[in-house]
Design a protein around this ligand. Sequence first.
Ligand SMILES: [Zn+2]
Length: 401
Amino acid sequence: MKRRIACCLLGLNFALGCAPVQHQRASPPKPSHEPRQAAGADAKRPARFDRVPEARALDAEPRGARQKSALKDRVPFQGAALEPVVEAQSEPACALPDSTLPHGFYRDDEHTAGQVVLTFDDGPTVNHTPRVLKLLERHGYQATFFLVGKNIRSNTYQLVQRMVEQGHTIGSHSYNHDVEMSFRDYGERTIGYIQGQHEATQMLIELALVATSAEDFREIYERVFGIPEGRYLSGTELRTQWPEWERRHFDLLRERGYPVVSRQDDTARPYPIVYSRPPGGGPYLGAPGRLRKLNDEALRRVGFLNVLWHDASGDTVDGVRNDPVALQGNLRRSVRRGGVALLHGYIRKDALEAFFGQLDAHDDWQVVSLDSYAQAKYGCSPKAVRHALMSARASALPEQG
Ligand SMILES: [Zn+2]
């Protein structure tokens, strides 16, 4: 049974002219990589990387990777970045609703009972991410990982590659998980800081994807950020230095076979991010409207959609996080209700595996992708949404209170 709820935050879509939600879902999934999986799970797997011809992905493999990589037989970069340009040009422009609402997915969005988007926050980490990836692969499900930029290092970069190889979606969860990043109201400085958090994470995700070894990752990290890996980027650096990092990042990508022209021209960057989630839910859970506007404007400049959640697993809650039965109950409720489910990489793996077994057993339960949500809500591809966001007019900020 479909739940029809207002398409935008707080049900203000009619007052603010939000576009009506389209009810069709994305095309049936046909991932380029066929994960090893339990029989019967195909129908539950979402689509994302099904649009890129294999040959083109190989053509676009970075030259550096071909020469040096132990991963040379892999085809790790099959994201939307490598779609043929002609295809991108023929796609109708994405008209975002002309409103001041934040663009993204919220509790009040329409969603379908029995269809869930699995999202895992706070990775990648060596202690947890490999087991999550293994379980997802074993059961044939795909998820979205909201990554913390500073966690992408020479000992975790291959986990980012595995995410893409297994057909998962990657989003930004900021660089350093600063839950206060949207709560300090310094106007343009706050916007620049939030933008720097996401821009740095976008770059780190791409460095992870083009790295050919741990040593290579350390080299390109230092080249782009100007500091050795292991020293974190400060708040001031995030706010003021990301344009310079980006210039060096694009130089590096060009050397490795990605003819990046600019931030807006992302047809040839390894992985243009579309989705983000503010640490702790950011300013969208009860904070004053002006703080939300600061975050919205930062996301507009970066070209990201904001993704909150309909339901949470409870894996951060005392009394639940160590209770596999309670965790499974929460996850089953998430699917029955439908929508975006919030999990973390450190969720108990026995609970996760048992939940996946229950998903396997329910033919009427389905794991779907954020991309299908974007397509349904905005009537265009996630990539077109990104372009539309970046070219949209900045909305005026309300007066500082
Ligand atoms: Zn988090």
